[in-house]
Design a protein around this ligand. Structure first.
Ligand code: CUA
Length: 289
């Protein structure tokens, strides 16, 4: 049987578009055609520069296309009308070169300054440290216990059995607790992320935080931080094509009041790891005898 290629291609394309629209509807119910609301302290500046660039380029596009259409009509070929030969205008050239130079410089300086604030400034000392390690296809999350400290992560130690690359005897880590695809952040408190990956490149992406950071295996990114300014439920989506299951790699992220965070953390608290390996060891010794 002969399948006609255009029909075949059209069918595949229609199926793909159908899938895409279903996926989008599931992810975002509100503001589907525009930016999702911003809930991160840094988001205001990002949105500001986005709108500045949108207006600059929008106004320029309208002006350029209007002039083009006007000239196309005005100087169209007509019988008996000779063509005009223009050799340029130096004043105009200087003006439309100088103005964009200053605009681009201003954008670059402003953008650089905001980037410095977001990524190069030391995160506040009272920030809640949270480790997030991506894997095919999900998020390993590690929270500090009552001591407020996470075990030290060593990128080279991250592996199948040790997703956070920690030393099991690290005193800072004995009260840490972990979750899978489940994140809770306290509102109005800085959160310092420790990001890494177990296998391939993933990306930490929460549109409402205006936050996107690649996670490359072999590295621990400890300079990304945020401060949520409103409570709500969000989705941590992976934003690097990381394999066949990429589309389903998302975690639940809730921003809640500090008290609600504290009680959630308490409910997740581990059986103190300092006791169970020891008792296990003792049992092992007894069995040996
Ligand atoms: Cu992980 Cu896409």
């Amino acid at each position: 049987m002969q399948i006609r290629l255009p029909y075949c291609f059209g069918g595949v394309l229609a199926a793909l578009l159908g899938l895409v629209s279903v996926a989008q509807a599931e992810i975002r119910q509100t503001s589907v055609w525009w930016l999702p609301r911003n809930v991160n302290m840094f988001g205001h500046e990002i949105d500001f520069i986005f709108y500045v660039i949108l207006w600059l380029t929008g106004v320029t596009a309208v002006a350029v296309f209007s002039a083009m259409i006007y000239f196309l009509v005005k100087y169209r070929a007509r019988p008996g009308v000779p063509a005009i030969h223009s050799h340029g205008n130096n004043t105009l050239e200087v003006i439309w070169t100088t103005i964009p130079v200053f605009i681009f410089l201003a954008l670059a300086i402003y953008g650089n300054e905001q980037w410095t604030q977001m990524r190069l400034r030391t995160p506040p000392a009272d920030a809640l440290p949270v480790a997030v390690v991506g894997e095919q296809y999900g998020w390993n999350v590690r929270y500090p216990g009552p001591d407020g400290k996470l075990a030290k992560m060593v990128a080279a130690k991250i592996g199948k059995e040790n997703p956070f690359g920690v030393d099991p005897a690290d005193p800072d880590g004995l009260d840490d607790f972990t979750t899978y695809n489940d994140l809770v952040f306290p509102v109005n408190r800085p959160v310092r992320l420790y990001l890494s990956s177990k296998d391939v490149i993933h990306a930490f992406y929460v549109p409402e935080f205006r936050l996107y950071q690649d996670m490359v295996p072999g590295r621990v990114y400890d300079f990304v931080w945020l401060k949520a300014e409103a409570t709500g439920n969000f989705q941590l989506a992976c934003n690097q094509l990381c394999g066949q299951g990429h589309y389903k790699m998302f975690g639940k992220l809730a921003v809640v009041e500090e008290a609600a965070y504290e009680s959630w953390a308490k409910s997740k608290a581990p059986v103190p790891t300092a006791t169970w390996p020891k008792s296990n060891l003792e049992t092992a010794t007894i069995v040996k005898k």
